[in-house]
Write a protein that binds this ligand. Structure first.
Ligand SMILES: [Ca+2]
Ligand SMILES: [Ca+2]
Ligand SMILES: [Ca+2]
Ligand SMILES: [Ca+2]
Length: 229
């Protein structure tokens, strides 16, 4: 994986010197294949918005780190006709750690608003954080916290603020079924209440409340709450 990625980058450079934009288009097939491979463990990054080989697409690559290797790739869609036409960025990929492999991919709609972002935070080649947007605002994040290639945490947002999280602590979820066993509730961004399913029937058996509330009440940490929820 690492080796082939290196080669792909070198090809970009070699062709880029010779013939500019045309050469960039030559490479888009490889890049989209790479992006697809990266996101295969999560979902959806086969999104065609990062493909540069479709009609009315343009691709540009940049070196932002100063090592002369491209670490940012942008895909633009031309919208409108004639003099009214303009380019809208619909995909942006970046190589955060400079190893030649894209670690963050963000997709945009035809108005240029964020649709979705996938990130490989530990640079192991597997996407572990997916952020979903609606009307340009974050509505949900899906995380692979233990980096086993499976989503184990989902965080739900309202107006950009986290409201609730669901976690699959025991890793029982499958590709088609999400089976959380912990539910967390936030107020003003702070965790205030947490329910845990101990016996795996999908229902909360034990509630914990905000640690600060517990301290104020002088209760032992282990006793938990009897909040009926
Ligand atoms: Ca990288
Ligand atoms: Ca990862
Ligand atoms: Ca996981
Ligand atoms: Ca239960």
């Amino acid at each position: 994986m690492m080796v082939s990625t290196r080669i792909a980058v070198l090809v970009v450079l070699a062709c880029g010197c010779a013939s500019g934009k045309a050469s960039l288009k030559l490479n888009t097939g490889k890049d989209s294949a790479k992006a697809k491979a990266l996101g295969g463990s999560t979902q959806g990054s086969s999104d065609a918005r990062c493909r540069g080989d479709l009609p009315n697409r343009e691709v540009s690559e940049y070196d932002t780190s100063g090592d002369n290797l491209p670490d940012v790739r942008k895909v633009f869609q031309r919208v409108g006709d004639g003099t009214a036409s303009r380019l809208i960025m619909i995909c942006r990929e970046s190589d955060v750690n400079g190893d030649g492999r894209m670690d963050v991919v963000r997709y945009y709609d035809d108005e240029g608003r964020s649709l979705r972002e996938e990130a490989d935070r530990n640079f192991d080649g597997k996407m572990d954080l997916v952020t979903v947007y609606q009307n340009g605002q974050v509505v949900r994040q899906e995380l692979d916290e233990n980096h086993d290639g499976k989503i184990d945490t989902k965080i739900f947002f309202d107006q950009g603020v986290p409201q609730r999280a669901e976690r699959d602590l025991k890793g029982r979820s499958t590709a088609t079924q999400w089976r959380p066993d912990r539910w967390e509730y936030f107020e003003a961004g702070h965790l205030v209440r947490m329910g845990t399913d101990l016996d795996g029937d999908g229902r909360v058996d034990h509630w914990d409340r905000d640690a600060a509330v517990k301290r104020a009440e002088g209760t032992a940490a282990a006793s938990g709450g009897s909040d009926a929820g």
